[in-house]
Write a protein of this length. Sequence first.
Length: 354
Amino acid sequence: MGSARHTLSFLLQSAVAGLAVAFVAVLLFPDLLPEGHPLRGGQSAPASYASAVAATAPAVVTLVGRPAVPAGFAERQAPGSLGSGVVMNGEGFVITNHHVIAGTEDLEVVLVDGRRAPARLVGTDPDTDVALLRIELPDLPSIRVGRSDQLEVGDVVLAIGNPFSIGQTVTQGIVSGTGRGQLGLSQFENFIQTDAAINVGNSGGALVNARGELVGINTAFFSRRLDSEGIGFAIPINLVRGVMEDLLEYGRVIRGWLGVGTQTLTPDQARALGLAEPYGIILTTVQPGSPADRAGLRPNDVITHVNDQPVVVWQDALRSIAAMRPGTRVTLSGSRRGQGFRVEAEVAERPSRL
């Protein structure tokens, strides 16, 4: 019996000693663990993003042009740097921001290798601040396009552009937020927020992930002064691709439209109206002859659901309707003077200028 206890004690001591040795080995040599093991910690983080930059930077270009001269005026300014752009493919299509090229003429694209070419405007979409240009040059660089819907807060991103006309510059940061709206920058807002420095001249440039894939088009930075404060915004590449496809196929972006003005319902307003749900949007205006008017909607109606999906803020409803093709039937439900209602409307094409 005593011999058995002695043997068991010896085995336990050996096991504890073995675990201690293994623990120390893991601390000193974490690479011994399999890839992805949580105890490897930051060992999987790259020491450099040079490969991601090399794969993407050649496709990021500088746009040069001059303000358009009104009819009757002879004086013209010298061409200057307007901002940045991204060569999307070998066919010469270049994406930039609408605000970069609006009101300009004699547009040129300047590549990192020094080549330059006149740029033709294919189409523009002020509602998302996206413009599509085309150039003709041989052996154009292109960029690998990623998926902005797979971005997560904390992902490493690189902003590439030509800030302050000093030459191509790369800044590094993380995704600080997604789905940012209500900023007043464009009609349809769904921005990626990043702390990668975005400055004057970066607009239209590339936001890429650590794998060297284009995930956004840099658009704006938040600042109380004319410098970056670590709050920049980029248009998700999934949205940009949809705009580009419509511009190429139709020459414009086709969006659904009901013809209403809206504002978000506050919880206090919801309680005052006796609504069961503390959310929704109020119709402030209904355009005569619009799809909403034909469906019987009226100012001060409260819409709580679009196709039985809750509507929390007016931007949600705007994006939902805009994503529908003209001719689509949509069901709207809500409250009018305390009484519930449900109507069906046929979506029309959103007018190009509202």
